[in-house]
Design a protein around this ligand. Structure first.
Ligand code: PHE
Ligand code: NA
Length: 435
């Protein structure tokens, strides 16, 4: 059987943007910005996306396109069987991330439904408390997983490409609409101020912590480290500029994060709802409470949680595709059976996270970061020290003059600078875990 491939350039870009744009953008990013110096943080973050996120993303693209296979198969094809475990780390990372991601996906579906019925309006705090962990959460996570599996089952071009071609523009259009609407609410100035005020002082006094967190976010937000981008790039031809596509993906991902903040903060400030501390349920709780007092509250709630649902779904599809690609590429399993098998796996792991808040927190706060960091370290060291010239050649294939000129600095960055940096963050998070 011929291997799957994207049908169009924009199809690949939108699928990758769909993966990048996720719960991280509509939820973590705006809070992070507001909490860490507003526009000053934003500049630092943009710098890290360019200096760390995009080079790391290209490191994954290069292995995927050259290896023409899932993470394990690509390492094996390019470096020999001994490298298979390194691909296994990425595969494991995708499983860890989706195991808690689909639980959050289930919550979002409950909010979407709650927007129609108005169920969360009266007591938003209690509503979240009633759905967060337990059998209801299991059921919601299963529904979210089934939708994800349905898209992956339909295939790379006819499932993922078609779906994300609708979902990503849908996210942008809805967010722009919501941001414009939010700007018409009374007393929104404080919201913009809270979000984007330029606070260099905060950044200066907390530079190390903020920088480390911003760098971590720059990688997570671009879906780097789990083999997702590797797998997506393996469905790509040699005629595309990886650097150009990677840059477009990073820019669109940032735009969506920014737009989400331009919806969230004006709404909260206009209604005098305290922004909260950003814990797992904080966004849901405070926004759900805020929507209640607005005209067309159900419509607004549905549109907002619709955006969050689309963002979560287009990311979960990409995570689900990694183990499916592994079964299809390495074990010649038909896509339909691979989808069923991977679905069964996530049914179990996700249900565990939906039943136990301890397991959820462990995966979401610790194991995921660890696995993503180790996964990425493996990609970068492999690019820089095993592939070397071949990595550069792959990077240059399809690239324009500007991208070509940046090829060597890119290779040095991913071979030396990024690994040192990642090792530091790894060690500091490990000692953080111990302490
Ligand atoms: N980029 C996604 C987000 O911002 C999360 C993600 C990480 C998705 C790793 C896939 C792989 O929510
Ligand atoms: Na993102």
């Amino acid at each position: 059987m011929t291997r799957a491939s994207w049908r169009t350039r924009i199809g690949f870009i939108l699928a990758a943007v769909g993966s990048a744009v996720g719960i991280g953008n509509v939820w973590r990013f705006p809070w992070f910005t507001a909490d860490n110096g507003g526009a000053a943080f934003l500049l630092l973050y943009l710098l890290f996306v360019l200096l760390i996120g995009v080079p790391g993303l290209l490191g994954e693209f290069v292995i995927g396109r050259r290896g023409g296979s899932d993470p394990i198969g690509a390492f094996s094809a390019l470096g020999g069987r001994n490298w298979r475990p390194m691909g296994g780390v990425a595969l494991l990372a995708s499983v860890v991330v989706l195991s808690f991601y689909s639980v959050v996906g289930g919550w979002i579906l409950r909010y979407l439904l709650g927007s129609v019925t108005g169920a969360y309006f009266d007591a938003p705090q209690q509503f979240f408390g009633a759905i967060d962990y337990g059998l209801g959460a299991v059921a919601a996570h299963v529904v979210f997983l089934l939708v994800t599996a349905g898209v992956v089952y339909a295939g790379v071009d006819r499932g993922i490409e078609v779906a994300t071609k609708i979902m990503v523009p849908g996210i942008v259009v809805l967010l722009v609409g919501l941001a414009v609407w939010a700007s018409t609410l009374p007393d929104v100035a404080g919201g913009y101020e809270f979000y984007l005020s330029l606070d260099w002082g905060y950044l200066q006094t907390n530079f190390v912590d903020v920088a480390a967190a911003a760098a971590g976010q720059a990688l997570f937000t671009l879906s780097v480290g789990a083999g997702v981008m590797l797998t997506y790039a393996s469905y790509l031809g040699e005629d595309r500029s990886l650097a150009a596509d990677g840059t477009i993906i990073a820019v669109l991902n940032t735009v969506v994060g920014l737009l989400a903040g331009l919806v969230i903060f004006p709404v909260l400030f206009s209604l005098g709802v305290p922004p909260g501390d950003g814990g797992p349920g904080a966004l849901f709780i405070s926004l759900a409470g805020a929507f209640e007092s607005l005209p067309y509250s159900r419509l607004i709630g549905f549109a907002f949680f619709g955006v969050v649902a689309l963002a979560a779904l287009s990311s979960s599809i990409s995570l689900f595709e990694v183990p499916v690609a592994y079964l299809v590429d390495e074990h010649d399993v038909a896509r339909s059976w691979a989808t069923a098998g991977v679905g069964a796996l996530f049914l179990v792991t996700g249900s565990g996270a939906a039943l136990s808040s301890d397991l959820f927190t462990l995966l979401a706060d610790n194991v995921a970061n660890l696995a993503l960091t180790v996964g990425l370290l493996g990609f970068l060291l492999f690019d820089g020290w095993v592939l070397g010239k071949a990595a550069l050649e792959e990077y240059e294939s399809g690239a324009g003059p500007l991208a070509r000129a940046l090829g060597r600095p890119w290779l040095v960055a991913i071979a030396v600078v990024l690994p040192i940096f990642l090792t530091f963050t790894l060690l500091s998070s490990l000692t953080g875990l111990a302490g």
